[in-house]
Design a protein around this ligand. Sequence first.
Ligand code: NDP
Length: 465
Amino acid sequence: MSHEFDLLVIGAGSGGVRCARIAASHGARVAVVESSHWGGTCVNIGCVPKKLMVQASEYGDLIEDSHGFGWSSTRGTHNWATLIAAKDKEISRLNGIYVSMLEKAGITLFTGHARFKDAQSVVIEPSVLAPDATPRTVTAKRIVIATGSTPVKLDIPGADYAITSDDAFYLKERPQRVVLIGSGYIGIEFAGIFAGLGSTVDMVYRQDLPLRGFDEDMRAAMKEAITARGITQHSHASPTQIEKNDTGYAVTLDNGQVLQTDCVFMATGRRPKIDSLGLENAGVQTAKGGRITVNAQQETSQAGIYAIGDVTDRINLTPVAIAEGHHLADTLYSKEPPRTWSLDTTPKAVFFSPPMASVGLSEEEAAKNGVLDIYFTRFTPMRHTLSGRKDRKTVMKLVVDQASQKVVGAHILGDDAAEMLQGVAIAVTAGLRKIDFDRTVGIHPTSAEELVTLRTRTRETPKTA
Ligand code: NDP
């Protein structure tokens, strides 16, 4: 059978675009089909607009902090509409860049919703991006599913009243009161955005500490940081219903408490976006929650069909999708060995104010492998000795495997944590030992120098069963 393309990528998000560009650079005839946003979740309704909004939310505190340095400016008021318009303008600039980047790479672009007809052909149907498109069939020798994920809401009465992150980027006005449900990445980041811009924020989560899965000390530090930002936390609680009333919405919790609010925001996880893809026509199998199962080469249960990024529901992070897409394109089309990544040491960051970033293992995970040396420090960063914001602490933790003396985990909460951690992630990925950190000269005066001057072990942690 002859095919129009060597490779068809479904979904022009971060992973799909990288895969398409690298495949084209290796000489493959490539097409990409996108149904809603060029650039996908990260560029349009994820990482990029989120970070701009986090930055917007930090200016109020910075203005207050400047008083300790002799400035007398006042906090003033924030104009939400101005922020959203500026954000939208930047996103549409990025959309244009994505399209031109793909076109310059010689890639054929289709707008519409792709549905498999069989394992080597899809029908492209009208979608939000191309409502009037005439359906057409496209054939390709290989097909990559890079359709990403979508937020899920809790299945409780009144859930339809709740918004998700998809909606939050387009709110016409900033709600005065927000109830945020969930304490994962999105819950914490949006709690910080709304609180920083002046909203009253209540966070509801079912654990004792936020950010399940992260290091326990860091979770405790994040809980303190959230409190320091003026956010009320309702731990050990879950919502049971949402009712609309004259003054907004009433959120009933399973502890009997009722929270009155203007906006209920569910940040309760995401699921793979496989709706109407026609996977059954192509023989692509899914596992629990719609996750497309893939082997180490990203190949699905159907030979010649691959999946990358959030639709595989493994590590749902943009740089991981990019790494997977790049690796797949190299594997399929490069004459050189494919570029590899160390996904075991994938760094993670939560963009709260202050942010938190981690690489490698938590103390709890590492203790399963052996006895640990733990180095921990908590201090007031230099800026806040004058700003007076004494509750804005920086926390750093190194998790060291005692036998090998390798630094197997590094965790930072504090101003610029994500910027600091990227370099540390190289050291942890390289398997460097504590002595390598010790013999590195610090940069003075910085917070980061603490990472190379942590001389005294805080405690020894025994191996757990
Ligand atoms: P997360 O999986 O991070 O967090 C989901 C939250 O919802 C948790 O607090 C979880 O509680 C809670 N939850 C789930 N089910 C229920 C339930 N039935 N009842 C009560 N609470 C519930 O999801 P997010 O939506 O925050 O983010 C989705 C993904 O997007 C992340 O996993 C991340 O990979 C990615 N992301 C990354 C960002 C970054 O890199 N900075 C930013 C934003 C998103 P519990 O912990 O108890 O299960």
